[in-house]
Design a protein around this ligand. Structure first.
Ligand SMILES: [Zn+2]
Length: 111
């Protein structure tokens, strides 16, 4: 699989040939450059990593909801402590994921 990138806006296209025009910015075909193996690997690694971040983010959301539910039941202090601490970790890691993804977007690692 070849990876082409629009030099104008950074849009990435997977295929044998560059598209006739960039779907994102409308730049013509000749504005697309074929990425070399290293560049293609970086783009692909970034895409997969971003997908994993999004999936983990969703799982943390589920864990956080369970922790809130468990904490509300308030069976005993030991249970509440675990749920509350885990809820804090979930929130903290979700913030870190958002910051990390925002950083990727800025560095053009989101495609
Ligand atoms: Zn473009």
């Amino acid at each position: 699989m070849q990876i082409w990138q629009c030099e104008v806006c950074g849009y990435v296209h997977y295929g044998e040939e560059a598209p006739e025009k960039c779907p994102k910015c409308g730049a013509p075909k000749d504005k697309f450059v074929l990425l070399n193996d290293n560049q293609a690997h970086l783009i692909e690694s970034s895409r997969i990593t971003n997908e994993i971040h999004m999936e983990v983010f969703g799982l943390l959301e589920q864990v956080a909801a369970l922790c809130e539910e468990g904490s509300e039941i308030n069976l005993d202090p030991g249970c509440v402590k675990i749920f509350d601490e885990l809820l804090d970790v979930c929130n903290e890691k979700q913030q870190e994921i958002m910051a990390e993804i925002a950083g990727h977007v800025k560095k053009g690692k989101w495609n």
